[in-house]
Design a protein around this ligand. Structure first.
Ligand code: HEM
Length: 554
């Protein structure tokens, strides 16, 4: 066959490695030129102060934001120094805006037409988790709206309360497991039994979303990890549980790559991509089979309820794929976020034995009465304070899809000395919403904003009238807001209330102050508790079962 010859074979003879290096150099060069050109077009952003002097060209400030433990070690002092709107650098010196100002945060979260996830991030989510999952869809678009509207009725208070007995049963299985572990360790002569509550809480929240969401029993608590789907999901979580410098650069490069290059990169034979594709294939098959199984997919489950209501829908009906794609999304968005919040709630309770006893007493007194979990003042104050200072998603990125003017709640002095009350933003500008920073912004929460003090929710310091009205729950940014607001926020609250109230009546959690340095946090997909010595996700707490007669004293 005649070979097709290019008119000028100028790459003839070049070594493949040299070609690869040349390609990378050309790509990175073009890429940084584009970023440089874009920042020159944004004089307003370049005039905003921030920690840019401490940024490196390659990683920007991202290594300080994401690789340092505990999370916030740099970010919270930045807020103190520069205020609630400042400029940071991304990879290759890209100018990014970081905001925790209430007016700016509210504006960015609520204007779905102008601000959404970076398009390439949605494209990656679409390719790896399935195209119709809520997290992969453009917010202002019709499909996102239809899916969110169809799923919202499955998350009403009354429906979610019907899941409490299932949540209780699963929590009780975890208590049995922990008690058994305690007794075994005692028999072996261990006088101060310590258990890792991180993994068992992961299993609890897997089982809860599996059973209530899809009518599927993962049996993760009983089998220490569950079936193939639960384990594959855990593999995906572990992949995301560490961040590396090369990962930061990869993130930086993929932000602006043309789609054609990005889509071919998603077929590279790396372990991460293989695991993600495997998760996608497995969950797609599984959720399609679930939806076809009338016995499993009853009205009592979240997905079954939506599927059944959808059949009678005249307008805005969802396709089979649109319903089925939400199964992995609900699993990915709802499981780890909730289990880590539970971990942090127990960590703070373990540090406060008297407060823990007070909550235990409150729960014990309410048992057998009609009062709902929502009426337990101390328990809910503790949950609110945990959600405030341990937001499971500490920041989220948005890109401006058109020019905009960002309102500011307080005047801001720029590097050149101008005082501004609003900030013009160009199309394409990245804005990081500092969820964790907003939740500890002294302008909103007072001078002791960074102190863990649940009583602030009981003594009038957090009266809703005095707070700016962000997010669906207690003015916290923890569940985001606007069109992208967390679909499962109410589910998460009920789940945390139920699991904590069960655990606290059967187990006492302790924390040795000498352990303080052993626990740290890392933001990798969610805010993880980490063992400072090994660097692994874990939370070891000394624990002791409570004998039934002890409860009489409360
Ligand atoms: C403490 C627990 C949780 C926290 C802190 C949390 C937080 C969040 C946040 C911050 C977002 C929006 C991210 C953004 O704006 O970029 C989000 C979205 C979402 N969450 Fe949650 N979440 C939790 C539990 C759950 C649960 C239990 C479910 C489901 C059962 C769930 C389902 C979702 C879904 C489907 C979305 C995507 C919404 C959309 O894109 O329109 N979440 N969550």
């Amino acid at each position: 066959m005649k070979q097709i010859v290019l008119p000028f074979d100028f790459l003839n003879g070049i070594h493949p490695w040299a070609l690869a290096i040349l390609t990378v150099v050309v790509l990175v060069g073009t890429y940084s030129l584009v970023i440089h050109w874009f920042s020159r077009r944004n004089p307003h952003i370049r005039d905003i102060q921030g920690p840019v002097d401490s940024a490196s060209w390659l990683y920007g400030n991202f290594h300080q934001l994401y690789l340092v433990q505990p999370y916030g070690k740099f970010e919270y002092p930045w807020q103190e120094k520069y205020g609630s709107v400042y400029r940071i650098k991304g990879c290759f010196s890209e100018d990014l805006l970081f905001i925790s100002d209430p007016a700016a945060v509210r504006y960015v979260l609520n204007d779905a037409r102008t601000f959404d996830y970076p398009p390439n991030r949605m494209f990656i989510a679409m390719s790896l988790f399935g195209g119709k999952g809520l997290l992969a869809l453009r917010m202002g678009g019709d499909t996102h709206r239809r899916i969110k509207n169809a799923f919202s009725p499955a998350f009403t208070l009354a429906r979610l309360q019907s899941y409490i007995p299932t949540m209780r049963d699963i929590a009780r299985k975890a208590i049995d497991k922990l008690t058994q572990e305690y007794l075994e360790k005692c028999e072996q002569g261990d006088s101060n039994v310590t258990v890792d509550i991180f993994q068992i809480l992961q299993n609890v929240t897997s089982d809860i979303i599996g059973e209530t969401g899809f009518g599927h029993k993962f049996n993760a608590v009983e089998t220490d990890g569950g079936d193939e789907i639960a384990r594959t999901h855990q593999n995906v979580i572990s992949l995301g549980s560490s961040r590396t410098k090369s990962g930061l650069v990869a993130d930086g490069v993929t932000r602006h790559l043309p789609r054609i290059i990005l889509s071919s990169m998603l077929y590279l034979p790396t372990e991460t991509i293989k695991t993600l594709h495997n998760f996608q294939k497995l969950t797609q098959k599984w959720s399609a089979a679930l939806l076809r199984d009338d016995e499993m997919c009853t009205d009592a489950t979240i997905v079954g309820f939506v599927a059944s209501a959808n059949k009678n829908q005249k307008r805005d009906q969802l396709s089979f794929d649109e319903i089925s794609a939400q199964t992995p999304t609900l699993l990915a968005a709802g499981q780890e976020t909730t289990s880590n919040t539970l971990c942090w709630a127990l960590y703070e309770l373990a540090k406060r034995p008297t407060w823990q006893d007070q909550i235990r007493k409150e729960i014990n007194e309410a048992q057998g009465s009609e009062s709902s979990l929502d009426q337990l003042e101390y328990l809910n104050a503790h949950i609110r304070e945990t959600l405030r200072l341990y937001a499971a998603v500490p920041n989220t990125e948005r890109v401006a899809f058109e020019d905009a003017i960002l309102p500011l709640s307080q005047p801001l002095t720029t590097a050149s000395g101008r005082v501004i009350t609003q900030l013009p933003i160009r199309k394409g500008q990245s804005v990081f919403v500092g969820i964790a920073s907003y939740n500890r912004n002294p302008q909103v929460w007072g001078p002791d904003a960074d102190v863990f003090d649940p009583l602030r929710w009981l003594d009038g310091r957090c009266d809703s009238e005095s707070l700016p009205g962000i997010g669906p729950y207690s003015n916290l940014a923890t569940f985001s807001g606007g069109a992208r607001v967390c679909l499962g926020w109410r589910f998460a609250i009920i789940e945390i209330q139920t699991v904590l109230s069960e655990l606290l009546t059967k187990l006492r959690f302790k924390f040795d102050p000498d352990q303080e340095d052993e626990v740290t946090s890392r933001y990798a997909v969610t805010l993880l508790p980490v063992d400072a010595r090994s660097g692994k996700s874990s939370l070891r707490l000394p624990l002791q079962p409570i004998q039934p007669h002890e409860l009489d004293d409360y």
